[in-house]
Each structure stands twice: as C-alpha cells, then as structure tokens.
Ligand binder design. Structure first.
Ligand code: TTP
Ligand code: MG
Length: 423
C-alpha cells in the first residue's frame, strides 16, 4: 500500500537551517539498499515533557523520584548538559543536577506511544523492524520510488511523527543497517543524516572503532594494541593480521567497517521465530459444563500473555482453536486495531471468538488460544531493559501483571492466578 504524503508535508521545512544541508545531500546513497534507522530523542523524557508542558526546556530525569535508589532510565537533553546519563544512579544524577525534575517511569504510556510510532513507520514501507521501544530499521528500497529521494521521505516521516505525536526523532539513512544506525546517532536530537557512499570516508572512517557494531570492549582493547583506533584504520588493516588476532571474525569486522554488511531488515511478521505465541489444552474428559471452557480460556490467556511479556511482544491477531469430542476442529481469528498483550485483553478477544464459534451443548475436547502479528516492544540487546525494568513502578492493572510474572518466575506458575481461571 502506498501512502501519498499531503502536499503541505512535502513543502514545509520547519527549520530553515536544514534546507541547504539537505539540498547538498539530495543525491541518493549509492548501493542497492536504502535503509533508514529511526531513534526517538530522549524518548521517555520527551513524552513527559510533551504531556506536562511546564517541563519543556527543563532538566527532566525519568527513573524514579529524587532520593530513590534506582537508576535513570533516561533524561531530557537539558539534563544531559549537567552530565546526567541513562543508567546513572538517581543519587548521582541528583548530585550533578540538583534542580532536576525526577519522575517515575510510566511504562504503559511509553508503550502506547511506541506502538503508534511503528504504525506511522508502516506508512512508508511494510519492511519495518523495531529493535527496541524507540528505534526501528526501515527498508525503504521498494517504496522510495514514491518520493523524490530518501531525504524527502525521511523529512515527511519526521514531520508525521511530530504532527501526530508531538515528538522528535533522529533518522539515519545509509546502504545498510549498521551505517544507518551510525548516521542516526550523528546529529541527535532531531537529526537527519544521510551517509552517501562518497561521504563514508569523511564521516565514518574517523569514528572510534568501538562505535562499530560487533566490536566490544575486549576486541577494541586488542585492536588498540595493533594501532587500530578508528573505523578507517580497521578498513586498512591487512586480513592476515586480523585473522591472526580475531580468527575469521577479524576479516568479517573489516568488511563491516567497509560497509559490506548485508544484514537485512526483517519485518515483524516475517521473523523466522515467534510468528505466533499460543497455548492449548486437551481436557482429560470432554467438557459440557458451559462454565469450564471460559475458565480454561482465561487460564490459557494468562499463559499467552505471560510469554508475550517475557519475550517483549505485543500482538494484533487472536486465534481461537476449538475441538469437539468427535475431533471436529474449528479455528477462528480476528485482527484488532491495537496491539495487545494483557491477559485480560487476550481473554476478552478469545472469549468473543469462542462465543461466536461454540455450538451450545456440544462436548469440548480441546481449547487453544494464540496471538500473531507480533511486534517486539523491547529487546535486551543494545542495552535496552527487559520488560520488568520498564514497568518498574507498578500501578493499576499495568503494575499487577509484571508483579504476577515475577511471582511466577520466583515460585512457579501455580503461585498466582485470577480467580476466574481456577478450574
Ligand atoms: P535510548 O534511545 O537509548 O535513549 P533516549 O531515547 O532516551 O535518548 P536518545 O535521544 O539518546 O536516543 O532509549 C530509549 C528509551 O529506553 C529511553 O527513553 C529510556 C529507555 N531506557 C531505559 O529504560 N534504560 C536504559 O538503560 C536505556 C539506555 C534506555
Ligand atoms: Mg532514543
């Protein structure tokens, strides 16, 4: 599906300073693929500033109240001027920025926004791979023909996010994922950076070698002893030297440094694993009691919800499987407008499908419920927190689920359940 941008979005350029730079970049990155990396700016803090206008322009630290024992999840760019950083102890953040405004995290709100952002990305290409709550890769190779160039597409996308969500993001464009991510980091916040092949030498080669994906502390320490401190130096290091010190990974890292990585962007519904998450149950005796099936559905929904949260997914499609005593099997699925992963929401969807499918008085042998069209909301790579960290301040239902999950992690699945799921 092609999204045609409204004219005013194409022509409007809010920041006049951006104009000349972009015109200079109007040539497209050479090479076959066009990959965008989008990363929201000071994500949690920007949402808080947006929703509480009195916080605009102020040093906002999200992670917990001042005096708390936790760490900062993130902070506004104003707070960064005082040396506050993600992962810093709140006490240290307070020492560096005594007049900072410290806020609790509100996972539910951030997740809702994250889902909307991914929906906006899909206006530009179906090939969207979210990699954490606030960043994604977009392969725009196939949809670029609808725009004058990738910079135009990126500008419209940025404007779209700003118009719809009142948030800014930074976009990097390059021939592959690794360079696109490097590019998105180059002009934060509110950046738009295109790495054409002829600019790689000038902009990428001087970067520290540890900026390159796949080079951790150990590898970089050895590289330093070999005199390799920048990405450019890595591209010039002879293969036999790299092989001697890093095995076959050495020449591979050099290829990455040269921009020869071809890892593709894998859209949510094309991931090899986790196309769906589901559970089913075969009753020991066929069930006629109209009370039991909904209870079993709730029990199964709890399990599905728990796995979804553990793996950091939300999903849009709920499928119900119903087998009668004569092995006649029916499945019915429904795709909902919103991504869900709460047990009760999954249950409600499943129950609706069950009510639609179930022929009264028939004996049920098996029930199953699964979620598909999954979208990852968190990822443990890139230093992004697991779900339990994200929702560290339980409140309302949103807080109960992670607490139930923690109890089950600690004491086993049977330790806690909703009353309605007890059979
Ligand atoms: P980031 O994109 O790393 O940071 P950011 O969006 O706040 O700032 P930047 O402009 O530099 O991109 O992470 C996205 C969100 O993830 C961040 O707002 C809060 C959360 N987060 C944590 O909870 N813990 C962490 O250690 C990090 C790095 C992020
Ligand atoms: Mg970010």
């Amino acid at each position: 599906m092609t999204w045609h941008p409204p004219e005013e979005l194409i022509t409007r350029n809010k920041n006049p300073e951006r104009g000349p730079a972009e015109r200079k970049d109007r040539k497209t990155a050479t090479g076959k693929s066009r990959i965008l990396h989008v990363d929201m700016d000071a994500f949690f803090a920007s949402i808080e500033q947006r929703d509480n206008p009195h916080l605009k322009g102020k040093p906002v630290i999200v992670g917990g109240p001042a005096g708390g024992r936790g760490v900062a999840a993130t902070c506004s760019y104003e707070a960064r001027q005082y040396g506050v950083r993600s992962g810093m102890a709140l006490a240290e953040a307070e020492r560096r920025c005594p007049h900072g405004i410290f806020l609790k995290t509100n996972g539910k709100k951030y997740t809702k926004t994250a889902i909307k952002i991914v929906e906006i990305f899909h206006r530009y290409t179906p090939v969207v791979e979210p990699v954490s709550i606030d960043e994604a890769y977009l392969d725009i190779t196939g949809t670029l023909k609808n725009y004058t160039c990738e910079v135009q597409l990126a500008r419209i996308l940025k404007q779209d996010i700003e118009n719809i969500l009142a948030l800014t993001c930074s976009v990097g464009i390059a021939r592959n994922r690794i360079f696109a991510k490097l590019a998105s980091e180059m002009n934060k916040p509110d950046g738009l950076t295109i790495l054409t092949d002829d600019r790689i030498k000038k902009t990428v080669h001087p970067l520290p070698v540890e900026k390159l994906w796949g080079i951790g502390e150990k590898t970089s320490a050895v590289m330093h002893t070999l005199g390799i401190t920048t990405i450019g130096e890595l591209t010039r290091c002879p293969d036999n030297v790299l092989k001697k010190h890093f095995g076959s990974n050495g020449p591979h890292l050099k290829q990455v440094a040269r921009g020869e990585s071809s890892a593709s962007v894998i859209p949510i519904d094309k991931r090899p694993e986790e196309k769906s998450i589901g559970h089913e149950h075969t009753f020991a005796h066929d069930i006629r009691d109209p009370d039991i099936s909904p209870r079993m559905l709730l029990k199964l929904s709890q399990k599905v919800g728990r796995r979804m949260r553990k793996k950091g997914f939300a999903g849009k499609t709920v499928t119900l499987k119903l087998r009668y005593s004569n092995f006649e099997t029916h499945t019915h699925r429904e795709t909902f407008p919103d991504f869900i992963r709460d047990d009760l929401k999954i249950y409600e969807a499943g129950k609706m499908l069950f009510d639609h499918l179930y022929q009264k008085h028939r004996a049920v042998r098996l029930l199953g419920i699964s979620m598909s069209k999954l979208m990852p909301l968190t990822a443990s790579e890139n230093g992004f927190p697991h779900q339990s960290d994200l929702f560290q301040m339980p409140s309302g239902m949103n807080g109960i689920l992670p607490m139930m999950d923690l109890l089950r992690d600690e004491f086993g699945e049977g330790i806690i359940s909703r009353c309605g799921a007890i059979i």
